[in-house]
Design a protein around this ligand. Structure first.
Ligand SMILES: CC(C)(COP(=O)(O)OP(=O)(O)OC[C@H]1O[C@@H](n2cnc3c(N)ncnc32)[C@H](O)[C@@H]1OP(=O)(O)O)[C@@H](O)C(=O)NCCC(=O)NCCS
Length: 214
């Protein structure tokens, strides 16, 4: 029988990419995984999989039926290594929602999002392009998360919270309903954000404050 599933290419063969292979091979029969795209030809040498690296995302020539998944944990790397595919080839990036995630039908997920198992997203939220939300994170009603964010596991994003673009939130954070997080900010693990966080800074703690090792 002909396989009518689309050919998925996973951009990034690091830890996140290998996790995503598990999601879509084991749990999502809509995709036929063609392989990884990674600029490091040896990226899977220590952790081989049933599919290999089939090209470099910066030079890959898309073929009919290809669909892509941006699986790089760092938002800046995610942006960089998908640039040619987005801007030169204008390819199709899948929005992948794990079957064990619970997403309100009144919430909007934009293209290229990845939503992990056990994530819950309530009503009237927006989740921007190429944003990834990891296991067991919950997002309350009317929360807005921008493009290219990485929201790691076991976080609570309270209803009404506002998160900009290219924001990283490390595991076990609470982002309260009054929080407004500027573009490019980083929230360290276990933090509680109660107010406005300026763009581009790193915060840590409860309440979260500007943080630097220096
Ligand atoms: C709190 C945190 C967000 C701060 O991030 P950051 O400001 O970008 O800091 P980094 O950890 O990248 O370290 C910055 C510098 O401080 C140094 N540094 C790290 N730990 C240090 C320590 N305990 N004391 C002094 N310097 C330290 C680093 O080596 C680095 O130096 P470099 O710039 O010369 O390479 C980060 O340390 C952290 O905890 N990240 C979460 C990681 C994690 O749990 N990921 C899980 C994802 S699922």
């Amino acid at each position: 029988m002909q396989d009518t599933r689309r050919n998925l290419l996973i951009v990034g063969a690091g830890g996140f990419g290998r996790e995503m292979l598990g999601y879509v091979q084991d749990d999502n029969p809509l995709f036929n995984v063609k392989g990884f795209l990674d600029s490091r030809a040896n990226a899977l040498d220590a952790t081989p999989r049933s599919v290999g690296i089939v090209g470099d995302p910066l030079s890959y020539q898309p073929r009919a039926g290809d669909v892509f998944m941006a699986a790089l944990g760092d938002p800046q790397q995610r942006f960089k290594y998908t640039a040619a595919l987005r801007d030169v080839h204008n390819v199709d990036f899948a929005t992948v929602v794990h079957p064990r995630a619970n997403i309100s039908r009144h919430t909007q997920l934009k293209r290229g999002c990845i939503i992990a198992p056990q994530v819950g997203i309530s009503v009237d939220c927006t989740i921007g392009e190429f944003t990834c939300i990891q296991e067991y994170t919950v997002v309350g009603h009317d929360a807005h998360i921008g493009n290219w964010c990485q929201i790691n596991s076991h976080c609570t994003i309270a209803g009404g919270a506002r998160i900009g673009h290219f924001v990283t939130i490390h595991p076990n954070c609470v982002i309260t309903s009054r929080a407004v997080i500027g573009d490019g900010a980083v929230v360290g693990p276990g933090s509680v954000v109660i107010g406005r966080i300026p763009a581009g800074i790193t915060v840590l703690g409860n309440p979260a404050r500007r943080f630097s090792f220096k």
